[in-house]
Design a protein around this ligand. Structure first.
Ligand SMILES: Cc1cc2nc3c(=O)[nH]c(=O)nc-3n(C[C@H](O)[C@H](O)[C@H](O)COP(=O)(O)OP(=O)(O)OC[C@H]3O[C@@H](n4cnc5c(N)ncnc54)[C@H](O)[C@@H]3O)c2cc1C
Length: 372
């Protein structure tokens, strides 16, 4: 055991790995338990790309965390020796009145992040792949782009193993004792000074008290190949979000070895995280209805993959970080927007566990109710 003590972490998604990273930097000994391979393709964190951005609509508390989140990513890039981020910017398409603009404009101005309107008359030439007839306003924002999670998780694992983190792959944790800081896996009991639950959509199995607050939600995304005449336009596109009521969806362009991915932010609040990850007709029903509204000539696109993914969602999409018993700590940082905040989430957990900040303050920071 090191002078600072030993921390056991359940889950090797971005929350668990980033917590391991932040603790290792502080001199703790860390052991990570993961039910599958490391990293695990069933984790919410496993994907080709994820959006990062400063624009956060009415959630101004989370917007205010983003400059610090970007700084944490910069530290990760330095530590792993690679930058898995494409700062391609983000463009938002509004159809009718939308409360997104005034609050976003206010927080981007406060953070000194550039943003501008794209005149509707010029949009068709730049976005020939979209249906723009009912679009009323287009806003382009800086300080946004795509993170590449599979590469991030893989590099973090290699880096952390090199720093002495002990990884237990294929080690389902069947029980935790937050009073004694123990975890049970394959009939063996492991002990530490603190235990952190970062088990994503499985968290409520280990900590049932989480259940009413954060529920697993089965979500679908589609990977597509655009028609060849639009391939170039897509390859130069930024991250795009249609924020019309009927047509809402987000689009991540095919760049740096990724495919075009489209999903939505409409929670199902149903399902079990152990289920199959192939999206069914029912899973993609809303996307199939919406995409012809958002995308021009959608019937010319080839579907490459329909994927289901699970995350936890809270009523107002806030993240949960709090003490469980005397020596446990739980992180449920998801609701579909947790990857971009991953390193900051890990940093918050490390600050709480090391006593650098009061635990109650970390709970409020993680919930976007207080700023750093
Ligand atoms: C379709 C989709 C799109 C998204 N888009 C974005 C986006 O654009 N931008 C963004 O910022 N965020 C996005 N998110 C959210 C983001 O991916 C998640 O918030 C984040 O990855 C959650 O990480 P996590 O570590 O908490 O959970 P996970 O990545 O799920 O990790 C939990 C890990 O714990 C393991 N585990 C569970 N139970 C046990 C056990 N008992 N024993 C051992 N191991 C266990 C699991 O196998 C898993 O590997 C999206 C999520 C989805 C699903």
């Amino acid at each position: 055991m090191t002078a600072r003590g030993k921390i056991l972490i359940v889950g090797a998604g971005i929350a668990g790995l980033a917590t391991a990273w932040a603790l290792t930097r502080r001199g703790y000994a860390v052991e990570v338990f993961e039910q599958g391979p490391i990293p695990n393709p069933k984790a919410s964190s496993w994907d080709e790309h994820r959006i990062t951005r400063h624009a956060y609509g009415e959630w101004e508390g989370y917007a205010a965390l983003m400059p610090e989140a970007f700084r944490m990513w910069d530290q990760i890039w330095r530590d792993i020796g690679a930058t898995h981020y494409d700062p391609c910017g983000a463009v938002y398409f509004m159809r009718g009145d939308n409360p997104w603009y005034p609050s976003t404009s206010r927080s981007l101005t406060e953070m000194n992040i550039g943003y501008r309107d794209i005149p509707l008359a010029r949009a068709a030439a730049r976005f020939p792949m979209l249906n723009l007839e009912t679009v009323t306003r287009i806003v382009e924002t800086d300080g946004a782009g795509m993170l590449f999670p599979v590469r991030i998780l893989t590099d973090l694992v290699v880096h952390l193993a090199g720093r002495g983190v002990v990884f237990h792959s294929y080690s389902l944790v069947s029980e935790i004792d937050p009073e004694r800081a123990t975890v049970t896996s394959d009939g063996r009991v492991f002990g530490g000074d603190r235990v952190v639950m970062a088990a994503g959509a499985w968290n409520d199995r280990l900590v049932p008290s989480l259940r009413p607050e954060a529920v697993p939600s089965r979500q679908a995304v589609m990977f597509l190949a655009p028609p060849s005449d639009l391939a170039h336009a897509w390859s130069e596109a930024p991250v795009m979000a249609d924020i019309g009521d009927e047509s809402s969806c987000y689009m991540l362009p095919p760049r740096r070895g990724t495919r075009l991915k489209i999903g939505d932010h409409v929670f199902t609040r149903r399902g079990d995280a152990d289920e199959d990850r192939t999206a069914t007709d029912q899973d993609v029903a809303r996307l199939m209805r919406v995409l012809p509204l958002a995308i021009h000539d959608f019937d010319r696109y080839m579907v490459l993959e329909r994927k289901a993914c699970f995350y936890t969602v809270t009523e107002d999409e806030h993240f949960v970080q709090r003490a469980v018993g005397a020596r446990g700590w739980i992180i449920s940082a998801c609701s579909g927007h947790g990857f971009k905040l991953g390193p900051l989430t890990g940093e918050f957990a490390a600050q709480a566990l090391s006593g650098e900040r009061p635990e109650a303050q970390i709970t409020r920071l993680a919930a976007g109710l207080e700023t750093v």
